[in-house]
Design a protein around this ligand. Structure first.
Ligand code: GDP
Ligand code: MN
Length: 345
């Protein structure tokens, strides 16, 4: 199979031979932050991922919520998999707006974000969700013995049969992070993210990885839609509603210091920093670019974007199509930028 989701990206297929039978199980989980009201969407995502992949490997599901899961949620999700299901409530100190965030300033900031048409700007819970996904989920005690996770949202689709253990692939190939889709972001949601990042780097120049993909973050290629940089950042990011990653990176001192710096700066509330640009900037600066993997073979959709490989293993999506939404959305794709800097061949 040689899927080419986007025009001229040419790469040989990465056929992978699974590790020897009998080797120790990888400490990994499927991980979903989800609301009780999203049960139907969660069942749909589970159905797809179980059919295409997890029914062959039976990794446990770990569900997180800021309130307890209902009995119905537990019963129906349990029935959707042979694997173990875990239901976890997020500790208040990981979810609540931190004490140093000023309510008046937050209210003022929301107005400005709304004037700039930033989606969900006025939803406090969305800001909390982005912050938790950026720097807190991997600190939950239920994940203490887990190293790798595959993040799954409600209402996503998986289209292709995947016959190898992706977590074992991550481990055997020493990968930190895997993605399927990458996109530009709205610069108005993150105006001070890059300035805060450069401040952090000047305090910790030793944290920069010698084989980093920094050029990808600062690439000034003219953008077709949001024709602006975000004060030095291209806004190109891995789309984190899908991510397969090694939590040891988030648990490192480098990332801990970076997240704390950002958290104190307040941009999760005064702006609408997403976990996607935050994770992506950290990976682009503090990790070896060779440890970041494009899962070209995992067919995926989160409305309105797809990763749809050209392969007989895939059903239900149109090869190479990025979106079935409005045409301009095609221009949001920035995967070619990543390939340009990642030297993936
Ligand atoms: P979008 O993908 O940016 O449009 O945002 P979503 O509404 O899909 O939210 C991202 C993820 O966080 C999804 O898995 C949601 O189920 C989850 N999520 C968002 N807000 C909350 C919340 O307040 N509580 C819980 N438990 N989950 C949330
Ligand atoms: Mn979503």
């Amino acid at each position: 199979p040689t899927g080419e989701p986007s025009g001229n990206l040419v790469r040989t297929s990465d056929a992978y031979t699974p590790g020897k039978a009998g080797t120790a199980r990888i400490p990994a989980t499927l991980l979903a932050l989800v609301r009780n009201e999203e049960l139907a969407g969660m069942l749909q995502s589970m159905e797809d991922l179980e059919r295409t992949w997890n029914s062959k490997f039976n990794y446990p599901w770990t569900f997180f919520n800021d309130v307890p899961f209902t009995e119905e949620f537990k019963r129906k999700t349990k029935a959707a998999t042979k694997a173990e299901c875990r239901y976890e409530v997020i500790p208040k100190e990981h979810w609540e707006k931190p004490s140093w965030i000023n309510d008046d300033l937050f209210a003022e900031s929301v107005k400005i974000l709304e004037e700039n048409d930033i989606q969900y700007a006025s939803m406090l819970s969305y800001h909390q969700m982005c912050r938790w996904n950026s720097g807190l989920f991997y600190k939950h005690p239920a994940l203490a013995d887990i190293q790798y996770y595959w993040r799954v949202e409600p209402k996503v689709h998986f289209f292709c049969d995947v016959d190898y253990d992706v977590f074992r692939y991550m481990q055997d190939h020493n990968k930190t992070y895997g993605f399927t889709i990458s996109l530009y972001d709205a610069p108005q949601s993150i105006p001070s993210l890059w300035p805060e990042t450069t401040k952090f780097i000047s305090e910790h120049p030793e944290y920069l990885h010698e084989n980093r993909a920094e050029g990808w973050l600062t690439d000034r290629t003219r953008r077709p839609v949001h024709n602006e940089m975000a004060n030095g950042y291209s806004t190109c990011h891995f789309w984190t509603n899908f991510e397969i990653a090694d939590m040891n990176f988030w648990r490192s001192q480098v990332y801990e210091d970076y997240f704390n710096h950002l958290d104190r700066a307040g941009g999760f509330f005064y702006e609408r920093w997403g976990d996607a640009p935050v994770h992506s900037i950290a990976l682009g600066l503090f990790e070896d670019k060779n440890k970041i993997h494009w899962f070209r073979d995992i067919g995926y959709q989160h409305i309105p974007f797809f990763n749809c490989p050209n392969s007989p293993k895939c059903r239900g999506c149109v090869t190479g199509r990025l979106t079935d939404g409005e045409k301009w959305l095609n221009k949001e794709d920035c995967r070619p930028n990543w390939f340009k800097y990642a030297h993936m061949d």
